[in-house]
Design a protein around this ligand. Structure first.
Ligand SMILES: Nc1nc2c(ncn2[C@@H]2O[C@H](COP(=O)(O)OP(=O)(O)OP(=O)(O)O)[C@@H](O)[C@H]2O)c(=O)[nH]1
Ligand SMILES: [Mg+2]
Length: 195
């Protein structure tokens, strides 16, 4: 598929099913801990500075944000998990919103699940991966902030993450940086293959 990635715009934000776009365009959703770099990933992939709003403050993204890419596919930016400073009620609301999307959305082709290359995956990261595997949703693991680790140590960190996740070798694993754009071409290849 030929996609002009420069032709991208935010389409809409949705809290539930009734607000999702109603067509058949394939969607790739971004999941991951708050602050891991989901919105930055979208901006990097689309060569934009702040199309998906990013911030040093966790919890910036609060609804499902749908981005139209050249009328051919969409990115869906999902609010991050594991943000401590939210109430139990907020967390439950988040859980329902994301679960509804991931388990019922026919347009969903794959989830890009972001983890921080610097750290072992959190319990939430492991749970997300298990959830995606359980529902047989294709997953692309993107280990981000790779610019913060010297290249000579990438392998060691990759192995630690794979071990903790109980990583299925048939899934994609991509080392990525929104700063250096490392892994961007590989990420596009993996995504296009899923559409
Ligand atoms: N060095 C470095 N910083 C990054 C990278 N990706 C994201 N960041 C920084 O990490 C912070 C959080 O990035 P966001 O993209 O807003 O994170 P998010 O996952 O969308 O966060 P929520 O919307 O809160 O869930 C920002 O300060 C980014 O500039 C990366 O690859 N390298
Ligand atoms: Mg965000």
């Amino acid at each position: 598929m030929e996609i002009n990635t420069h032709n991208a715009e935010i389409l809409l934000s949705a809290a539930n099913k009734s607000h999702y776009p109603q067509d058949e365009l394939p969607e790739i959703a971004l999941a991951g801990r708050s602050n891991v770099g989901k919105s930055s990933f979208i901006n990097t992939m689309l060569n934009r500075k702040n199309l998906a709003r990013t911030s040093g403050k966790p919890g910036k993204t609060q609804l499902l944000n749908f981005f139209n890419i050249d009328d051919k596919m969409r990115f869906v930016d999902v609010p991050g998990y594991g943000y401590a400073r939210v109430s139990k009620k907020e967390r439950e609301k988040w859980g329902c919103m994301i679960e509804e999307y991931l388990t019922t959305r026919g347009n969903l082709r794959a989830v890009v699940s972001l983890v921080d290359l610097r750290h072992d995956p959190s319990a939430d990261d492991v749970q997300m991966y298990e959830f995606l595997k359980y529902y047989e949703i294709p997953v692309i693991i993107v280990a981000t902030k790779a610019d913060k680790i010297p290249r000579g140590k990438w392998n060691k960190h990759e192995s630690a993450i794979k071990k903790k996740l109980n990583f299925d070798p048939s899934d994609d694993f991509i080392l990525f940086s929104s700063v250096s754009k490392a892994g961007m071409d590989q990420a596009w290849d993996a995504i296009l293959e899923k559409l």
